[in-house]
Design a protein around this ligand. Structure first.
Ligand code: 8GT
Length: 140
């Protein structure tokens, strides 16, 4: 029998969102100093907590990170990334969302930026995010 190349316990599931404004721009946040990959631009989101659904985790993360309220029903599954990350394997589930309440604030990030996909190609983003840019472009 062939051995699986990854133990399930090493998979890290992360949920993130492309918040899209009326001009077709997407919100990115900059990872703060002191964290892995500090200074890189990423989609808001984070890890699932035990027992949380992906949508509930994202609703929570968006409140914690940006101070906005999003309905789970407004989170549309968009695409995903699958990428080795240190000694783990990252499964990044990316949603798209065009409706939220409140004005996003950088409560945890060092900065926020509304960017068009074309601009995103020129930004430093985590390796898992790079293949997602073209897919987001096609979705908008
Ligand atoms: N939110 C988010 N995380 C991403 C993206 N791309 C990517 O590789 N990641 C990785 O997925 C993980 C997200 O987890 P997180 O935000 O909860 O964790 P963190 O590293 O900030 O640290 P923490 O454990 O102190 O919360 C990080 O390892 C982060 O580098 C992305 O676009 N958005």
């Amino acid at each position: 029998m062939t051995k699986p190349d990854l133990a399930i316990s090493r998979i890290m599931t992360v949920v993130a969102v492309a918040l899209v404004d009326g001009d077709g721009r997407v919100l990115l946040q900059r990872r703060p100093e002191g964290k892995a990959m500090a200074g890189l631009w990423e989609f808001p989101g984070g890890k699932l907590e035990a027992g949380e659904s992906p949508e509930a985790a994202l609703v929570r993360e968006l409140r914690e990170e940006l101070g906005i309220d999003v309905e789970a029903a407004c989170l549309a599954p968009a695409t995903f990334a699958s990428e080795p990350l240190g000694d783990r394997h990252l499964l990044l589930l990316l949603y798209a969302c065009r409706k939220w309440r409140g004005v996003p604030q950088a409560l945890e990030a060092s900065a926020l930026k509304w960017a068009r996909p074309l601009e995103m190609h020129g930004l430093d983003m985590p390796p898992a995010d790079r293949p997602l840019i073209g897919l987001i472009e096609a979705l908008l």
